[in-house]
Design a protein around this ligand. Structure first.
Ligand code: DX5
Ligand code: ZN
Length: 226
């Protein structure tokens, strides 16, 4: 059965001088999650937000927080981000940690857990870890910055993930992150992604409601076989 489409605007692209208004703008647009990109300047060549930012968002919205840790030692910080209010916590396979253990910490705290893989990481490297996750994040850009072009080769990996999920009777969501636009959402959904992260193409638009509506419409065309 097809999994419901979820739209997750990335706060990385919001106007930080107006955080609360930016959250209201995407709440009004009817988004499903708010995506929060955490960068440590080691795992990726950029710095962004810390747990206090997640806690601030938690105080101002009920929309579930989809927290993406692009940090080198996620096992050290998972608890802190869950206590701050993460509803889904995603960690990278490529980080320096025992990924199975980190995922156990996350699940053990009653939080949904996600596994993320960079564009160059082979799907096969995930192995049986896939049996323990709620979400697989297939990065469609090299992590670190918003506004980069979508890497189309990742579509094959999404198809592999869908096949694996079916073969093993699993249920994880498949999320795409990076370069999602009205042009790239269709191919992503057609390949099997159902959670769509979009920074620039939502927060970068004056009318976020129209932007989200247009993204959903493009996804629906594909689901209807168009
Ligand atoms: C990239 C981040 C993304 C980014 C997406 O490292 O994980 O979430 O904000 O930005 P856009 O949608 O602008 O490509
Ligand atoms: Zn992200």
């Amino acid at each position: 059965m097809k999994k419901p489409l979820k739209i997750a605007p990335s706060m990385l692209a919001c106007n930080l001088a107006q955080i609360e208004n930016e959250v209201r703008r995407v709440e009004a647009a009817g988004v499903d999650y708010i995506h929060v990109d955490i960068m440590d300047g080691h795992f990726v060549p950029n710095l962004s937000f810390g747990p206090e930012f997640v806690a601030t968002l938690k105080r101002i919205t009920k929309v579930p927080l989809d927290v993406h840790l692009m940090i080198q030692q996620p096992d050290r910080y998972a608890r802190t981000f869950i206590e701050a209010g993460a509803d889904i916590l995603t960690v990278h396979l490529e980080a320096y940690h025992d990924v199975r253990r980190t995922l156990e910490i996350i699940r053990g705290m009653g939080c949904k857990c996600g596994l993320s893989i960079n564009p160059m990481t082979l799907f096969q490297n995930c192995g049986s870890i896939l049996k323990k996750i709620d979400l697989l994040l297939c990065m469609t850009v090299n992590p670190g910055f918003g506004g980069q072009p979508f890497i189309v080769e990742v579509l094959d990996k999404i198809r592999q993930a869908v096949a694996y999920r079916e073969q093993h009777g699993l249920d994880f969501d498949i999320e795409v992150d990076g370069g999602l636009t009205t042009d790239t959402i269709g191919p992503s959904v057609a390949a099997g992604a159902n959670v769509i992260v979009a920074g620039t193409s939502i927060f970068g638009k004056a009318d976020a409601t129209a932007a989200v509506k247009e993204l959903r419409a493009r996804a629906a065309e594909v689901s209807a076989g168009g």
